[in-house]
Design a protein around this ligand. Structure first.
Ligand SMILES: NC(=O)c1ccc[n+]([C@@H]2O[C@H](COP(=O)([O-])OP(=O)(O)OC[C@H]3O[C@@H](n4cnc5c(N)ncnc54)[C@H](O)[C@@H]3O)[C@@H](O)[C@H]2O)c1
Ligand SMILES: [Zn+2]
Ligand SMILES: [Zn+2]
Length: 345
């Protein structure tokens, strides 16, 4: 089969690899129908994720058809259409029993990281019964690719951890795909205001179409002053960090109102100063989370009922064998006006 293979920082090729086979009875082999590229894959390509080594097939999102199942897979059979979760989970260990699939003793975020991933014609999925989700007949499979990672990430790490509530003023820092997922799913709870903060006017303008009530460009203005101005000096009830750099976590600390929640989503590679000298008396909570994907079934229902329309996030289409070109487009997101790209087999 063909696959996108990482060969060290800045080096990737679309090349021939052995088609995966069942290694454990709980495995399934999936033929990929549609996959995508994540901001995290760009981090990997830069060499930022040391667990990814030379020769690894990357990618942790996608939908496909079951090609083969191991002897103890009960929930799926050959020919079933499935969503592949970015998180692999056994469903049985202590962390899985707590709903923390991301910390599964025999899983977590391993796909396209510690084991070969989805940017390929076929992929092996361990613990298939708990790591795959059945696609309802007639569903728009392209839209469901957004359920592998970004929708549960924005919803679980941002909206649920941030405890977004009716009437709240919410700020989302970062209008990338994950910030968008938070923007779309925050609206389940009817916040009064959603302030979107980014440096890219194109992304901000699109965010407005999808429910942001106020836009703040942090490159052309002082984001903290602008948000305080928009909130009569009070700050926001929920600040969702969806970038992963110190400057944006600082913004969250500076705009949070007393009693507010700062929900971190971003993957941080550098330490960030925690301003306890200001926040100790503010009754704020700060949360962190690696996406668990426990809300995937719930989110799937909202997509099926059209309460959530993740297809809006898809801006570009490619064939799977054009993936190197798709990386160029996705890697130049601001210039190409790209959010999510879809690769089809
Ligand atoms: N916690 C988790 O489980 C989890 C899961 C998936 C992704 N992530 C992380 O979430 C973050 C967002 O992912 P994404 O795919 O949307 O990323 P992205 O890079 O596509 O989007 C980030 C956005 O932030 C904006 N930005 C950059 N610097 C900024 C600044 N100083 N001020 C304001 N805006 C700024 C960019 O213009 C861009 O629109 C990443 O750090 C990613 O690794 C975390
Ligand atoms: Zn991802
Ligand atoms: Zn487990």
């Amino acid at each position: 089969m063909k696959a996108l293979v990482y060969h060290g920082p800045g080096q990737k090729t679309w090349e021939e690899k052995p088609t995966p086979t069942i290694l454990k009875p709980t495995d399934a082999i999936i033929k990929i129908l549609k996959t995508t590229i994540c901001g995290t894959d760009l981090h990997i390509m830069k060499g930022d994720v040391p667990t990814v080594t030379d020769g690894r097939i990357i990618g942790h999102e996608g939908v496909g058809i079951i090609h083969e199942v191991g002897g103890s897979v009960n929930n799926f059979k050959k020919g079933d259409h499935v969503i592949i979760s970015c998180i692999t989970s056994c469903g049985k260990c202590e962390y899985c029993k707590k709903g923390m699939y991301s910390h599964c003793a025999d899983g977590g975020w391993i796909l396209g990281n510690m084991i070969d991933g989805t940017q390929a014609e076929y992929v092996r999925i361990p613990h298939a019964d708990n790591s795959l989700y059945p696609i309802p007949a007639g569903a728009d499979e392209e839209a469901l690719v957004m359920l592998s990672d970004i929708l549960p990430t924005g919803f679980e790490c941002g909206v649920l951890n941030g405890q977004v509530s009716p009437g709240d003023t919410v700020a989302i820092v970062g209008a990338g795909p994950v910030g968008w997922a938070a923007l779309l799913t925050a609206q389940f709870y009817s916040p009064a205001e959603i302030i979107m903060i980014d440096q890219d006017d194109n992304r901000l303008a699109v965010a407005k179409k999808f429910g942001a009530t106020q836009l703040v460009n942090s490159a052309t203005g002082n984001a903290v002053e602008l948000v305080m101005g928009l909130t009569s000096g009070k700050g926001v009830d929920v600040a969702i960090e969806a970038v992963g750099v110190p400057a944006t976590f600082e913004i969250c600390q500076d705009i949070i109102a007393p009693g507010g929640h700062i929900a971190n989503i971003g993957v941080h590679g550098k330490s960030v100063t925690l301003h306890l000298e200001k926040l100790w008396s503010s009754n704020v909570t700060i949360t962190t989370r690696l996406v668990d994907t426990v809300t995937t079934p719930l989110l799937l229902k909202t997509v099926q009922s059209k309460k959530l329309e993740p297809k809006q996030l898809i801006t570009h289409h490619f064939k799977l064998d054009q993936i190197v070109e798709a990386y160029e487009t996705f890697g130049n997101a601001a210039k190409e006006k790209a959010l999510k790209v879809i690769l089809s087999s």
